[in-house]
Design a protein around this ligand. Sequence first.
Ligand code: HEM
Length: 129
Amino acid sequence: MQELYEMSLSLHKFFVWVVFGLSVLHLVLSQVGSGMGYVKRIRLLLPLYYACLAAVLITGAVILPVLKFELSYSVIIMIIAFIAMIGIGAMGYKKLKRAYFRQEIQEYKKKIRVLIGINLALILVASFV
Ligand code: HEM
């Protein structure tokens, strides 16, 4: 049980930092370029981002039974942050599609900056509270 806990926790933390790194990459990619290549780069990054976010959920969910489902204050914050991050991702993608069809990439860049900023803040809050 102890090994399962330690391994899952290490993987959980690893994927949290990968998600953080991919969010920073998303921020950088969303601020440079425009046109079809711009949308393509972001659309290539997103599946990787969601796969790693899913890994955070799965590894977190493996630890919970080891802790006998005793939800601490910090784990509740993590779960809320996770749900908020899914919502933010959906909002960002909707904005990307709308910006591409309406050719409003410059406005999108401003909006996605704020959304990714909130995303990064959520990861930090969930990690350090
Ligand atoms: C925004 C997403 C998340 C972030 C940034 C995050 C971050 C972290 C970090 C940094 C730790 C290590 C804490 C420590 O060593 O003191 C941790 C532990 C843990 N996380 Fe998450 N987590 C997230 C999502 C989740 C989710 C969705 C679940 C549950 C399904 C979860 C369940 C847990 C559990 C059970 C622990 C172990 C707590 C303990 O040992 O007392 N996490 N998380």
